[in-house]
Write a protein that binds this ligand. Sequence first.
Ligand code: PMP
Length: 405
Amino acid sequence: MDIEKIRSEFPILRRTIYKHPLVYLDNTATSQTPNRVVESVVNSYTKTKSNVHRGVHTLSMEATELQESARRKVREFINAASIEEVIFTRGTTESINLVAASYGGAFLQDGDEIILSTMEHHSNIVPWQLLQRTKDIKIRVIPINAIGELDLNAYRSLFNEHTRFVSVCHASNVLGTINPIKEIIAEAHAHNVPVLIDGAQAAPHLKIDVQDLDADFYAFSAHKMYGPSGVGVLYGKKKLLEAMPPYQGGGEMIESVSFEKTTFAELPFKFEAGTPDFIGIAALHQAIDFIESLGIEQIAAHEHELLEYTTRRMLEEIPDMRIFGTAPDKCAIISFLVGNEHHYDMGMLLDKLGIAVRTGHHCAQPLMNALGVEGTVRASFAVYNTIEECDMFLTALHRVAEMLR
Ligand code: PMP
C-alpha cells in the first residue's frame, strides 16, 4: 500500500500542533475523513440537496438515489440478504437503543435475563438499563481473562431458561480484543437466543459478513470508518425487524395516518422516522468505496504491523509500561499506563508534542473497574498511520515518561 498516497487524501494530517506535525492516534474515537467523502458532502450541498423520498422533482429523485445507492452499498459491504435489513441511524448508539427499546420493549418480560460482557462500551450497557426501568430484567455479565479475552466457559454457564438476549461487541474499544462472535452467536442460537453485535470497532478493520456470522443485529458508525459523523447502521434480520414495533414515530415511517388508525411503512423505512441524514448517508457510500479500494484485509495487515511494532518497543523501552489487552487476536488499539502516572497528564503532555491520544475511561467504566484502574491512555491506529509516526509517538512517550518521573 502506498501510504503517502493514501495520506494525501487526508488534508487534516498535514496539520501541525504546537509546531509539531500532527500524529493522530485517536482513531478508535473517530477516524479522519478522505477528500472523496468530504467532496460527496460538498456535492450534495451544492448540487443535489433536496429531501429524500418525497418529491417527484429531479433534485429529490437524485438525492433519493444517492441515499438508496448507499444502502445497496452497505448491504453488499456487510453481505446482508436484502436492503430491507439495512436501517440508517445516527450511529452505533442509536442502533443499540433502537433494538433495546423496540425488541426489548416488545419481547422481553419481567424475569428475563440478558447477557452482556465486561468489555462493553456504555452504549451497549445503558440502553438495557433504561429498559430495566420498565421491566424487571436481569443483566448477566461475561467476565474477561488476564489478557483481555472473554471467558467463553463462563459465557456458556450464564445461559439458563430465563436467557432471552445476548449483546456483545465484535472488538473492544479499550483492549482491542476481537471476540469470537461466530462462536458466541452459535452458542446463543443453540439456546434460541438472538444476538446483537456492537461492530463499532470492527467495521473499519474486519470483513463483516452478517449472514456467515448469523448475527441477528449488527450495529456500526460511519465516523469510525472514514465516513461522516452523524450516520450509523443497524443491520437486523428481516423476520425480527418485521416483528418489532417502530422505535420512533414521524414522517417517512408511515403508510397512512389518521387520528383513528395509523399503519407503518415497510422495512427499512419503518425504523427511519423523520428526514434522515441523507447527505451523510451518501458520503458513507464514498467511505466504503475508500475502504474497498484499499481492501479491508490489507488495511488490517498494515495496522497490525504498526500495532506489533509499537507494542514491542513500548514494552522493551519504557520502564513500568503496562498494556491492557494483549490477546493474540486484537485490533490496532493500545491502552496503557506508565507506572502510577495519571493518564490525563500523559495525554496532555503528548498533545504538546503533537501526539493525539485519548485518555480516560473510554466509555467503559465497568471494564476499568475490572482492570482496577480509573482510566488509561489509548493509542489507536488507522490505515494512514506510518511507522515514522509510531517512532514519533515512541520518542514523545520516552520524553513524557521521563518528565513525569
Ligand atoms: N461501541 C463501541 C465499541 C465504541 O467504540 C463506540 C464509540 N466509541 C460506540 C459503541 C458508540 O459509537 P457512537 O458514539 O458512534 O454511537
